[in-house]
Design a protein around this ligand. Structure first.
Ligand code: SER
Length: 592
């Protein structure tokens, strides 16, 4: 309905993207529908035009520890509509209101709708405009809440960039207010957020001031799970058809019933959420395998935590793939990549279970042995080095130890754990999913230059190693590029030198960089490199580096390869089975 509604309002339906962000080092997973659209919000031309709508698979791990309560989930789908310099507040809010309350669409009782708007501060005035649009639609003043920057402001992630106020929509469940200060956003659960319209109307400048933007954009996000919960009058997301079939299969396999006991309910929710998220990560276009690094480590944590909770329900194991089958059955028509990768999903889940089962029991036993001593600690804190030993020897992700600790009224010295971890190895960043709240990725000149260099590298690799080279991931910071690609073996020093030489030749030639918009089919016929996940029905942007490379890509890029400086590969290593990883930098000509 969401897609139909916005298509009937002249939006182009664009496909969602991979869960693994491309070219964006600020975050491990796609955390919102706007995330893949950041370049366009920053001003790149979108081939779908100025009005866009889609649904996007998302993973948020910032509050992974909260999963288990009735409302948090790791994987969710976000519905979004965008205006790239087209409509602004008036039309955005009117459309939100119509979709939420019209009988033809969702049909929520408008008397249950409460909204929040930005209250203003010393830097930016209050968002009276949004408030008056809501008033004109019939929302009474007592249901329009003016809230501060923490609640109703988005971006920028860095020091500067586009940002602005938002207006959030809540369904009031009709409970008594928990206190005189009870309002949307209050944790008591009276108000349930369903939608957020963000109005990017300012540019934050270096000196911290805000200047009105010429090219204003709208970015909205509606949580599918939350909205369905409200539509169906359910107490929480886990009571909807988006979770119940998964919970049912676990009930069948474990003999426990949902609603029987708060402890087992919590486990049922954790397993259903974590296995669903794991299926989507393993089954993504850029599938990730469990590992001790980055996204792979998040995946490992999700699977291992599910296994521990499964063991609490039943001593039997070996049925993660049955749970996965249910997830694939529920979602496979909408996300066909799950069906394509069914084998990988099942075998990776089973392998991870084998690896972890071997040490889980021993680790739990070790923990129990330590327990009497730990309980004597007056501060009831488990030292970081103990948590690290459980991690290092028994493969316990920190939150498993934390959970075990909580079950005995203890907490864990997380800082001590991190220190022990860092001392041990340089993998410190792996577990942390930097949050993307308000995040607009860095589009500095250096990032653009490295992005263009990545296209040169990709083509040069094909010329030197062969056409089997496929991009498996790209990650760019202002310091370096990192490019993962499929290739069976190590590159020889000669091959590396040859690739460098080809890239530098294209830089010397000062080739112009430009783009054209065309159908994906035309792009492929034209010989453009296209990535997995680009879907047929769409128009795409094809960036050409004159006479050298053509690639389907959103941008941004520099205008001429002459701007790049000098290209140097600093590392070539294995990333995972059959995947190599290159790191490279650009040096100023004189530095070289
Ligand atoms: N970016 C906003 C959100 O995630 C709206 O899409 O809520």
């Amino acid at each position: 309905m969401y897609i139909d509604f916005f298509v009937s309002n002249a939006h182009t339906h664009i496909s969602g993207k991979s869960l693994i962000p491309e070219n964006d080092p600020t975050v491990l997973f796609t955390t919102a529908g706007m995330h893949p659209l950041v370049p366009y919000i920053l001003g790149e031309h979108h081939p779908g035009g100025k009005r866009l709508v889609n649904y996007q698979k998302c993973i948020r791990t910032a509050d992974i520890d909260e999963v288990g309560d009735p409302s948090h989930c790791t994987f969710f789908e976000m519905l979004g509509n965008w205006s790239l310099g087209d409509y602004f507040k008036e039309e955005a809010i009117r459309m939100s209101y119509e979709f939420l309350t019209s009988k033809k669409w969702l049909g929520f009782d408008r008397n249950t709708l409460s909204v929040t708007v930005f209250k203003g501060d010393e830097l930016v005035p209050p968002d009276e405009e949004s408030a008056s649009i809501w008033r004109a639609l019939g929302i009474p003043d007592q249901r329009i809440y003016f809230l501060p920057r923490e609640d109703n402001w988005w971006g920028p992630a860095g020091k500067t960039g586009p940002c602005g106020p938002d207006t959030e929509m809540f369904i009031d469940l009709g409970k008594e207010p928990c206190s005189p200060g009870c309002r949307p956003g209050c944790y008591c659960g009276k108000y349930f957020e369903v939608w957020n319209d963000v109005f990017m109307q300012y540019m934050k400048k270096d000196d911290g001031s805000f200047e009105p933007l010429k090219n204003k954009t709208v970015d909205t996000g509606m949580g599918l799970e939350r909205t369905i919960t409200m539509l169906q009058g359910k107490p929480g997301v886990y009571d909807t058809e988006l979770f119940l079939p998964i919970i049912e299969i676990i009930e069948e396999l474990s003999g426990h019933h949902y609603g029987e006991n708060p402890e087992t309910d919590r486990s049922l929710r954790i397993i259903s959420d974590h296995i669903k998220a794991s299926c989507f990560i393993l089954g993504d276009e850029y599938g990730i395998k469990p590992s001790n690094l980055g996204q792979g480590y998040i995946l490992r944590r999700l699977i291992r935590r599910s296994i521990r909770h499964l063991r609490k329900l039943t001593p039997e194991g070996g049925f993660l793939d049955d749970i996965a089958d249910t997830v694939i059955g529920m979602y496979g028509d909408i996300y066909p990549e799950l069906k394509t990768n069914r084998e990988t999903i099942a075998s990776e889940l089973n392998k991870e279970e084998e690896r972890f089962s071997a040490t889980l029991k021993k680790g739990e036993h070790e923990f129990e042995k330590l327990l009497p001593n730990l309980m004597k600690n007056p501060r009831k804190i488990i030292p970081g080095r103990v948590a690290f030993r459980l991690y290092d020897t028994y493969g316990f992700p920190l939150e498993i130890t934390e959970e075990l600790a909580q079950e005995h009224g203890l907490s864990v010295d997380k800082k001590g754990f991190e220190e022990a971890f860092q001392k041990h190895q340089e993998l410190s960043k792996s577990g942390a999913d930097k949050s993307f709240k308000g995040g607009l990725a860095d589009h500095s000149d250096m990032v653009k230059r490295l992005h263009t260099a990545t296209h040169l590298l990709h083509k040069a690799l094909r010329l030197v190693l062969g056409d089997h080279i496929a991009q498996m991931g790209s990650n760019i910071t202002a310091e370096r590029l990192r490019f993962d690609f499929s290739h069976p073996g190590k590159m020889s020093p000669g091959q590396i030198a040859e690739v460098e030489k080809i890239v530098n030749e294209q830089i010397e030639k000062e080739l112009p960089v430009s783009y054209e918009i065309m159908s994906l089919e035309d792009a492929k016929n034209d010989g453009a490199i296209a990535l997995f996940g680009d879907k047929y029905e769409e128009k795409v942007k094809v960036y050409s580096i004159k006479g050298f490379s053509k690639e389907v890509c959103g941008g941004p890029h520099v205008e001429n390869t002459g701007e790049l400086g000098s290209f140097r590969i600093t590392k070539e290593q294995s990333s995972s089975a059959g995947v190599r990883r290159i790191r490279a930098i650009l040096l100023d000509k004189q530095e070289n």
